[in-house]
Design a protein around this ligand. Sequence first.
Ligand code: PEP
Length: 251
Amino acid sequence: MRQKIVAGNWKMNTTVPEGVQLAKDVVAAAAAVPADVKLIVATPFTHLCPVAEVVKGTRVSLSAENCADKEKGAYTGEVSAAMLASAGCEYTILGHSERRQYYGETDAKLVEKVKLALANGLKVILCVGENLDEREAGKHFDVCEAQIKNVLYNFSAEEMASIVIAYEPVWAIGTGKTATAEQAQEIHAFIRKVVADKFGAEVAEQTSILYGGSCKPSNAHELFAQKDIDGGLIGGASLKAEDFIGIALGY
Ligand code: PEP
């Protein structure tokens, strides 16, 4: 059985006290969600330590939103994978389209980041997905395949056990436009095949593939009911505990 996951990506939102309160609200509401659904909150770096205290001993796991592509040293402003692990993170998101688009995140850098995250005991939520032009040109399969091959094909089948893939069509992120359940299922099945081609059917069957892009309580159920959709990476709707938990109740 693949792990079902609903992860909230808070992005650059909330002050530290607001984030701590949001984490408390998520923890308080989490009991309603079926026990086999893993709940994760991915917070800004500044929030990790206080939120780690809030989620300690609860069913909610902590994630960062990014990590450095260098181990340590003179890289002013960067935060290393070792720092994230020591702050209480279990996961880090890597390769989010906003980082690819605004901060020059390349697949080559992502290979280094994934290596360091895994070496420090973190699990990785690796984001892939096409932009609107690529979707309209019918290139979405090629784009996702290349992103997965360029990054994940550098790792082993054993390491894949610590990697979650999030398919996030860029045209659906924060736009209110959601991929239809059919569109999402089609590409999730394709992504699973790309994983199977390298690592075998068994690893592909165990790999959780999340959908992200304007997921909300009203559409989560239909998306999560698809055979190859194992949960969601949630942006805007994760900033209200009620909506975030409402999405997780979509299972
Ligand atoms: C995201 O950025 O990961 C995301 C899915 O955002 P939203 O839910 O706001 O579209």
